[in-house]
Design a protein around this ligand. Structure first.
Ligand code: GAP
Length: 456
């Protein structure tokens, strides 16, 4: 990120280069919904792969999962979401704009505790109503604040036809892990402490979705739940926090753009909670991941509501494991990575935009260029290099459009690490020019050695 980069630069760039598009754009755009374009989906998948590698595959005693999004509606009662997963909402009486009362209070320096009930938060709102202006019309005439449940309702065959219980889209992805904890214990026989990791979608009826990918109504979470013996949570919690911090550094995020924040007002399921925050352009520091000590809340609740024994049996000793959670928003991390790697610099006297993604995250690792488009012998040779590289490098691009300088700029913008040019000398001596993204340096390399230079 360069000093003067703004979030508007990132948003415009993300659209222009096929990373992120507004959801339902041709219908005027849907608030809080975004689609990932061809470069975006590659970057997103690479972030997921890096997370999965570090948090499931490389860990001892961690198990992967992919659970169904729809669940028995009682799950969301047991989890506390039907009763307690709400934000305080008020509506402008003049123009019907909805505001999130706690966020508006925060802006004027008044902190509303997450555990406050509807009446208390409304009392606080009434006290400060004259200091809060409607973001659309500027008025101060609001309805009373009321608790607005964030779960998104849907319908599904058998459940909905039973009458009064709607089904819900997941308000948080991790519930699927609690539902499968017993299946994993019974099928994989893990020894406590052990972990389960999952990447899954979550949906929230956010009152005012805002800040691009930061607060959306549909998003993905990458979660781990670590099951420990009761009261054996503290040391493991510290180790998990350390590991998660390191993972962000492994993505190439600089430490000065990260910080910890401990929650003072805890959500209903947590006994301790820390956020990892990233310093976004324009928005400043804000949460990308929550790390929560959930004690035995989740398994105890599901045991109560389902009637199924979820205690862990260790050679006759039975207990309900406590859970330590890491929950990361993929959209927010995607935005952090894009912000971190987007930069402007000067190369050969020309200004350029370059996305300095690490190899593992770059949507394209190598681009292959025949020097000229209209020379069949160059095209043929370049095609053979392209086909060969594609066999062992995950993402290789082909570009034969425009002059070489323009092609370099295009690849720099999307973070391609190497450009390989096939020219007339190649036809003579089987060497190609390899140009490096970050420095612009060029070297002549034998085709047979190309993998050593442009592979990871
Ligand atoms: N299971 C715990 C849980 O869901 P959370 O703090 O509500 O905890 C975890 O969410 C992460 O999910 C957050 O750190 C954030 O990165 C992401 N997240 C939450 N709400 C979001 C939203 N409306 N839009 C985008 N990401 C969101």
């Amino acid at each position: 990120m360069t000093q003067e980069t703004t979030m508007d630069d990132i948003i415009a760039f993300a659209k222009r280069k096929g990373f992120v598009f507004q959801g339902s754009e041709i219908y005027g755009g849907a608030a809080g919904l975004y689609d990932f374009g061809p470069n975006g989906v590659e970057l997103l998948n690479n972030i997921k792969a890096s997370w999965w590698q570090a948090n499931v595959r490389e860990k001892e005693n961690y198990y992967g999962l992919d659970s169904a999004m729809f669940k028995d509606p009682r799950v969301w009662e047991a989890s506390g979401h039907v009763g307690g997963f709400s934000d305080p909402l008020a509506e402008c009486r003049e123009c019907n704009t909805r505001i999130r009362v706690d966020k508006e209070l925060e802006k004027i320096g008044v902190s509303a505790d997450e555990k406050m009930n509807e009446a208390d938060i409304n009392a606080l709102f009434v006290e400060h109503a004259q200091e809060i202006a409607c973001p659309k019309c500027g008025g101060h005439n609001f309805t009373p604040a009321r608790a607005f449940n964030l779960l998104v309702k849907s319908n599904l065959g058998d459940f909905t036809s039973k009458g009064d219980s709607p089904v819900y889209l997941p308000g948080e992805a991790c519930q699927g892990i609690y539902l499968n904890y017993k299946n994993i214990v019974d099928s994989m026989h893990p020894k406590v402490p052990f972990g389960i990791g999952q990447i899954g979608k979550a949906f929230r009826n956010e009152i005012s979705p805002r800040n691009f990918l930061f607060r959306t109504r549909e998003f993905e979470q990458a979660d781990t739940q670590f099951f420990v013996r009761p009261h054996e949570n503290k040391e493991a919690f510290e180790k998990i926090k350390k590991d998660r911090w390191q993972w962000y550094l492994s993505l190439g995020i600089t430490e000065k753009h990260l910080r910890w924040k401990q929650h003072e007002n805890l959500v209903f399921y947590a006994s301790d909670a820390w956020d990892i925050e990233y310093d976004f352009p324009t928005y400043g520091f804000d949460e990308v991941e929550g790390i929560h000590d959930r004690t035995d809340y989740d398994l105890t609740q599901h045991m109560k509501f389902s009637g199924t024994d979820l205690s862990y049996n260790d050679n006759g000793e039975k207990f309900i494991p406590w859970i330590l959670e890491t929950s990361m928003g993929l959209g927010r991390v995607f935005l952090a990575v894009l912000s971190e790697c987007y930069s402007k610099d000067e190369l050969g006297g020309e200004e350029r935009i370059v996305l300095k993604l690490p190899y593992a995250l770059a949507p394209t690792k190598v681009a292959v260029f025949p020097l000229l488009k209209n020379k069949p012998e160059l095209q043929e040779k370049a095609r053979s290099v392209y086909a060969e590289l594609k066999k062992y490098i995950p993402a290789v691009a082909w570009d034969d459009n425009g002059n070489i300088g323009k092609r370099y700029r295009r690849q720099d913008e999307v973070g391609t690490l190497y450009c390989v040019t096939i020219d007339f000398d190649t036809l003579e001596d089987d060497t190609v020019t390899v140009r490096h993204r970050d420095t612009g340096e060029q070297e002549r390399v034998m085709i047979s050695k190309l993998g050593d230079v442009v592979g990871e």
